[in-house]
Design a protein around this ligand. Structure first.
Ligand SMILES: Nc1ncnc2c1ncn2[C@@H]1O[C@H](COP(=O)(O)OP(=O)(O)OP(=O)(O)O)[C@@H](O)[C@H]1O
Ligand SMILES: Nc1ncnc2c1ncn2[C@@H]1O[C@H](COP(=O)(O)OP(=O)(O)OP(=O)(O)O)[C@@H](O)[C@H]1O
Ligand SMILES: [Mg+2]
Ligand SMILES: [Mg+2]
Lengths: 222, 222
């Protein structure tokens, strides 16, 4: 499960403090499929970053599968992340010096799962599902926006994590590719994965078990 | 007007040639509002890059307002671009070391238009329209995805160019912000601007005078 307890995130920049999250509280139960919706700038990416241990709250607690990850050191959070979480970043963040195939294999090497001899096959299978197997030898700078997004989704699923955090996973996709990704997420959830995703797309939002709405850093409905 | 005549674009990478555009031909007349739609990886961003003189065709001609821009040198194309074109990139490409306000003023300084004493006022006005005036002192890395996109749109309109090229201008926006941007583009077109934009969003596509469909680097319907 993913639990936020009165979480504040205050960004300090140019001498002013900007509260991106102001007392956010919610629980996503194990195996739930939950959408997080809200206007541009409302705090969705910040929630994803905190839930994935990529950043820590200024105040409050982020507790994932019973572990208070906001309290862990940077190194421990990175280790925790490798074994527990797959993240689809809003702007992909593929490793520029690795090919598409290598980008999808990397999480498996870091997690030590699945066993070595199965990794190539799993990476090929995921790339096939997202329609990117024919471009597996390309580098990220040789891909279109939507192609990078699809590789990022395959990568997030690679090490078969318990939790999937996806930040606008279909924003750069045409309808056909979008439906493929929606089906993939639904299937992963059916297999028991806990999924928290943000989206501005009503079609994707409608697939969720529950909709969390966020405005100006506060959850307004649940 | 924007005219593509039998345009091929072949990317050479890792020893293989990849034809992103295969004989693309179309004309967007002066003052038209045209959408370019197609699957992920079909060549839309490549068309935008060539129409904006950011890259040159491998074969064929790109003629904008009577000028064969594919034949110009890199320096001449940059100069031509400053005075004629505003571009909204798919992934924004804001200047990281400039504030929001400075990013919007920069195109006016490069174009030498409008006159110096009017630039601040125009930048503030555009940022107000896209709902970003309260964040004008922030840097791009302190903004959310949708906020960066809105700044990128204000920047593309800043020097009042004749031609606006927009690559998925609403992909990272919630419905309310999306409608603001759609209205802004429609208004710019009403004032006589030629607009070519790509989108996966049916609502935005429906506003166009004409829909160009591209699949695997070829225009399939016009
Ligand atoms: N530098 C490059 N080297 C090799 N291939 C490239 C390069 N840049 C783009 N491509 C390929 O050219 C094709 C067209 O890319 P383009 O970015 O124009 O697609 P797009 O229609 O904008 O897609 P999307 O909707 O995903 O943004 C893609 O299949 C991509 O893999
Ligand atoms: N490093 C930072 N410094 C200052 N403010 C920041 C920083 N990062 C984000 N913010 C602010 O925090 C707020 C929340 O940002 P966040 O990226 O979480 O929004 P979002 O809901 O994901 O928006 P979008 O739908 O546009 O992607 C925004 O108003 C943004 O300006
Ligand atoms: Mg975001
Ligand atoms: Mg593109």
């Amino acid at each position: 499960s993913i639990e936020f307890r009165d979480v504040w995130k205050i960004y300090r920049g140019n001498g002013i403090d900007y509260p991106a999250l102001r007392g956010v509280g919610f629980v996503v139960e194990k195996g739930e499929f939950v959408a997080l919706q809200g206007p541009s700038g409302s705090g969705k990416t910040t929630v994803i970053y905190l839930a994935g241990g990529l950043d820590t709250p200024t105040r409050g607690e982020v507790i994932v599968n019973g572990e208070n990850i906001g309290r862990l050191s940077e190194g421990k959070r990175a280790k925790w992340r490798r074994r527990n979480v797959g993240i689809v970043f809003q702007f992909f963040h593929l490793v520029p010096t690795l090919t598409v195939l290598e980008n999808v294999i990397l999480p498996m090497e870091l997690a030590g799962y699945p066993p070595k001899e199965k990794r190539l096959e799993r990476a090929e299978e995921l790339l096939e599902i997202v329609g990117m197997k024919d471009k597996e030898e390309k580098f990220p700078n040789q891909l279109s926006g939507g192609e990078q997004q699809r590789v990022a989704i395959a990568r997030a699923l690679a090490a078969d994590p318990h939790i999937i955090l996806a930040d606008e996973p279909t924003a750069n996709l045409d309808t056909r590719n979008k439906l493929k990704i929606i089906d993939l997420l639904i299937e992963a959830n059916r297999l028991g994965k806990t999924i928290l995703y943000t989206t501005h797309d009503p079609q994707l939002a409608s697939k969720a078990d529950r909709l969390l709405k966020i405005i100006d850093g506060r959850i307004v409905s649940d």
